[in-house]
Write a protein that binds this ligand. Structure first.
Ligand code: R5P
Length: 291
């Protein structure tokens, strides 16, 4: 008998079904209606009485709606099981994990409190922006990595002597891991962001990328500003093609078009956020972390 039951929220139905298949566990879909005023109503057919219930819901935009839906499902599931694992493959608000400017609220700490209050006993995320975000939880947490899966995808492209690039210092270890999986080297750019306007620029002066295919790796692509500035900088250094890999492709507005316009040959993301670029499936790494 399966130990788990998987419930898929509106934002992550396909991924939830895949996780259920991998765990050979029953999947239960929720019906979600969003009213004209923005309120959500979630209807459950039946919540299977399993010892552990996995609630899968990413909190990409509309972030607050998807978050509240996750909280509703968790608290409803809590009525039939005391062990609810919240699988939030993309954790919105993770970048608001500390106070950067005086007076700022640390919203990630509120999100952590709400998930715990709703009844989550464990939280599993994919490639959290920084460990600090998970430190706000008092329950066990785990961030599983999509980097091996992304690297597998790029291995199949058989690029000749590719170079992995991190657009900023914060992503350096990620790029190092990606590069080691591809048996190649990596470089880290120096990026600056104006915390008030959000504008980004590359501070690095020169890197040796001449005639090499590049893979720019990031955790999140939101407006696309970081990878666009990195690509423009790298193109000026006379590289060959630029590929972009990220775990969470938010692609706000027409970010995807702007990234392509900057000269990127291909953008690859995972299905933590379902997009046309989501060619890499993270259900395997999530299921492995649970078994
Ligand atoms: C920042 O440190 C993150 O790792 C990403 O580089 C950033 O969130 C991407 O945002 P955008 O696409 O808006 O530049």
């Amino acid at each position: 008998m399966a130990k788990f039951a998987v419930i898929g929220g509106n934002a992550s139905k396909d991924l939830a079904k895949r996780i259920a298949r991998r765990l050979k566990s029953p999947y239960m879909e929720t019906q979600t209606k969003v009213f004209p005023d923005g309120e959500s109503k979630i209807t459950f057919r039946r919540i299977p009485k399993k010892s552990i219930i996995l609630v899968v819901q990413s909190t990409y935009p509309p972030v607050d709606t998807n978050l509240l839906q996750a909280l509703t499902i968790i608290s409803q599931a809590r009525k039939v099981s005391s062990k609810i694992y919240a699988i939030i493959p993309y954790m919105g608000y993770a970048r608001q994990d500390k106070q950067f400017l005086s007076g700022e609220a640390v919203t990630m700490s509120i999100v952590a409190k709400m998930l715990q209050a709703a009844g989550a006993k464990k939280v599993i995320v994919v490639d959290i922006h920084s460990k600090t975000a998970l430190n706000h939880f008092k329950i066990p947490t785990e961030s599983v990595s999509a980097i091996p899966e992304l690297a597998k995808y790029f291995k199949k492209l058989k690029l000749k002597n590719p170079l992995v690039v991190s657009p900023d210092m914060g992503g350096s270890l990620r790029a190092k891991k990606f590069a080691s999986l591809l048996n190649t080297d990596f470089v880290t750019l120096k990026k600056s962001r104006n915390r008030k306007t959000g504008k980004v620029w590359i501070q690095s002066s020169k890197v040796d990328v001449h005639e090499r295919d590049l893979i720019v790796v990031d955790d999140i692509i939101s407006t696309g500003g970081s990878v666009i500035r990195a690509t423009q900088f790298l193109k000026r250094q006379k590289c060959k093609r630029v590929f972009v890999a990220c775990t969470h492709g938010l692609f706000i507005g027409d970010a995807e078009r702007k990234i392509k316009k900057a000269g990127v040959s291909q953008i690859i993301s995972t299905n933590t956020i379902p997009r046309s670029t989501s060619k890499v499936d993270v259900s395997g790494v999530i299921a492995e972390s649970i078994q």
